[in-house]
Design a protein. Structure first.
Length: 401
């Protein structure tokens, strides 16, 4: 029988109280875990990987499968079915290989000038506003959205629509709200997306335009191309993933810096020190949870999980594992192993956009520390989105001077 204290802690993970600060719960879970880093809670039907070693082992196992989206008649679910996020084995390798051909390191590095240009525009607009400003609506929301839209070759005139679609997909992937009204809105957005992209693959192949979408439409692997449905689903995946990770990390990172003024002072003193992006990703972990099912038995320490087991991976807890990261609740820009974080997962499903996210994070915090050294958070307890997987504040009010 599970220790009642452990059971209560696990149940609290998916409560509103955990959204603002899940890390005290993770510390408790680390204390309950044995050497395997695994917690089994049969009363809830849960296997929780909480240590860095356990999460990393599952992510890299060839027997661990990303949850495949079952057949469903809802428009939202059908949109997800062709995403490489929910594919495994040869099919995942085919889709990832085709997308990766268009998402090269050179293409990503070419966005640095765009990121700096957008930061200059957005920060200049914020600086003109009197009083505290909302950094979510004024910076962390529009910046990554505009970058990935420009990369895809999508029209800036449709920014509001695309970001609304991104929000719907994020809700579908990890939102706590499953009300009929929200699900109906998600399905309506999925139908809009399908309509928008319906003829896009053929059009881009016939008349290529600058941007990733044309490159995706043209990419071939042994004569194979992305189907129209695959192009739609994976374009939406890039749009959502390219937006959500950075848009949640920026306000989350500033909240962390508000609580650790010495780290902010060190950043102001040297805004371009190299460890900033990875240390913030380790500390904030904008993707908190992931999951895998096991196609074969998997050994974790002295524990063997049988085939068919479902494992919840606590990426946020792995980033604060004291067995790997000394003094894990402290931001340390010189931490030598910060890049060992699992914020981008690991193994076959390692985040394709990791280098873009690092670039955006590095440039954003360098710009903020360089331009607004007196920046301070005016409301350190902001409301959070009702999303346990893609965790982030709904708003963050700061004084710039």
């Amino acid at each position: 029988m599970t220790d009642h204290r452990l059971l209560a802690t696990v149940q609290t993970l998916w409560s509103g109280a955990a959204l603002a600060d899940p890390y005290p719960l993770y510390r408790r879970l680390h204390g309950f875990a044995d050497q395997s880093g695994l917690l089994r809670v049969p009363e809830l039907g849960l296997n929780l990987a909480v240590s860095h070693a356990a999460v990393d082992t599952v992510l890299r196992s060839p027997h661990a499968r990303s949850s495949e989206w079952g057949v469903s008649h809802s428009d939202g679910a059908q949109l997800l079915q062709h995403m490489m996020l929910f594919q495994n084995g040869a099919e995942h390798a085919r889709l990832r290989g085709l997308v990766q051909k268009a998402f090269t390191p050179r293409v990503v590095e070419e966005q640095r000038g765009l990121v700096r240009e957008l930061l200059q525009e957005l920060l200049a607009d914020l600086a003109c506003q009197p009083g505290p400003v909302n950094l979510v609506s004024g910076l962390s929301g529009p910046l990554p959205g505009r970058v990935i839209m420009r990369m895809l070759g999508l029209s800036g005139a449709d920014e509001e629509r695309f970001l609304g679609w991104s929000d719907s997909v994020a809700e579908l992937l990890g939102g706590a709200d499953r009300s009929p009204a929200l699900l109906a809105r998600i399905d309506a957005d999925a139908r809009e997306m399908r309509g928008y992209f319906r003829d896009l693959a053929a059009e881009l192949r016939a008349r290529p335009q600058p941007g990733l979408l044309s490159a995706l439409a043209a990419a071939e692997d042994g004569g194979e191309r992305l189907s129209s449905e695959e192009l739609l689903s994976n374009a939406v995946l890039l749009l959502t993933a390219g937006h959500e990770t950075t848009s949640n990390l920026i306000p989350g990172g500033l909240l962390a810096l508000h609580a650790q003024p010495d780290a902010w002072a060190a950043l102001v003193a040297d805004p371009r020190q190299p460890g900033v992006a990875d240390e913030l990703l380790r500390f904030v972990s904008p993707v908190q949870f992931d999951g895998r099912s096991l196609a074969a038995p998997l050994q974790l320490g002295e524990t063997t999980l049988p085939a068919g087991s479902q494992v919840q991976l606590l990426l946020g807890a792995a980033g604060r594992d004291p067995q790997v990261f000394a003094d894990p609740d402290r931001l340390d820009w010189t931490r030598p192993n910060a890049a060992r974080h699992l914020a981008f997962a690991a193994g076959p499903h390692y985040c394709l956009g990791a280098s873009l996210a690092r670039l955006e994070i590095t440039e954003t915090f360098a710009a903020l520390a360089g331009r607004f050294p007196e920046l301070r958070v005016t409301d350190p307890r902001p409301p959070y989105k009702q999303n346990y997987v893609l965790r982030g504040p709904q708003e963050l009010w700061v004084a710039l001077h």
